[in-house]
Design a protein around this ligand. Structure first.
Ligand SMILES: Nc1ncnc2c1ncn2[C@@H]1O[C@H](COP(=O)(O)OP(=O)(O)OP(=O)(O)O)[C@@H](O)[C@H]1O
Length: 267
């Protein structure tokens, strides 16, 4: 974590508030995201994760607070000017276009140069392991492959920050495991800054540099997986995260190659 803290802060969210139908959905959320960080937003259904994501990218307005990306307040900008990309749970691919066309579509709009768009799309698809699938339609791909196309489509646009809204949840159990590992590889390869929404404790612990735990529109704790596990901030975190993971945490850490706090101090 110290390494990340020394890096640039990419995004600063301050005192973000949102009400809907008279109900407080976000109750003054403040956090930073570091350059190159994988931050998970973890919480149960209805705690406000998706609302937060939609406000960050500009699909929803905020009532109060600020969103500062690389020193600039972006709240007034439209979604396409915010330098953020989003990957949805349901892929949202164009069914009539092949894989290459799906990824090059937005690049065409950006560069107005079909050849360049296709080249960037093909390079990104190759980097993500889909070079043999370029001319298949989405319906000819597995759920995991479709989600990789959706991720490639976002990566190809090279956004400053990628938001992922439960991108793994719709896949079947075995594909979820594969996708989890692939997502980690993709983030390492592209060194992207990612904000990942999930209700799944194991996903968050496996993937994240830090985890932000939410309940009922507020942040309960934001820290590294190890810190959260070793020092839960309150009873909620203890119950929702630590008790849930139980003995699985050490094996999750082994999978990621992360060392325990004690081992790190010993070095
Ligand atoms: N358009 C809306 N109008 C009124 N209430 C809404 C609207 N959108 C969301 N809510 C409410 O806001 C709260 C937070 O919803 P949100 O979708 O952000 O939570 P979440 O943590 O992402 O949950 P889930 O994983 O189930 O989507 C919920 O109580 C939801 O019913």
């Amino acid at each position: 974590m110290e390494v990340l803290k020394q890096q640039n802060v990419k995004l600063q969210v301050r005192d973000l508030k949102k009400q809907m139908n008279g109900k407080e959905i976000l109750k003054g959320i403040s956090f930073d995201v570091y350059d190159g960080e994988f931050l998970s937003v973890l919480g149960p259904s209805g705690c406000g994760k998706t609302t937060l994501l939609r406000i960050l990218i500009g699909l929803e307005t905020k009532d109060a607070g600020s969103i500062i990306k690389e020193g600039r307040e972006i709240s007034a900008l439209k979604p396409s000017d915010r330098g953020m990309g989003i990957v949805f749970q349901n892929y949202a691919l164009f069914p009539n276009m092949d894989v290459l066309e799906n990824v090059s579509y937005a690049l065409n709009v950006r560069y107005k140069d079909n050849k360049k768009a296709k080249q960037i799309a093909a390079e990104t698809l190759e980097a993500i392991g889909l070079k043999d699938q370029l001319h298949k339609k989405p319906s000819q791909l597995s759920g995991g492959q479709q989600q990789r196309v959706a991720i490639a489509r976002t990566l190809a646009l090279n956004p400053d920050i990628i938001l992922l809204d439960e991108p793994i949840s719709a896949l079947d159990v075995s594909m979820r495991e594969v996708m989890k590992r692939e997502l980690k590889e993709i983030q390492k390869k592209f060194r992207s800054t990612m904000i990942f929404i999930t209700h799944d404790q194991e996903e968050a612990f496996f993937l994240s540099d830090r985890i932000m735990i939410m309940s009922e529109g507020k942040i309960e704790q934001i820290d590294t997986p190890r810190e959260i596990y070793d020092h839960p901030a309150n009873d909620y975190v203890q119950d929702f995260v630590v008790n849930h993971l139980d003995q699985k945490y050490e094996s999750l850490l082994k999978c990621t190659g992360k060392k325990s706090g004690d081992e790190q101090h010993a070095q």
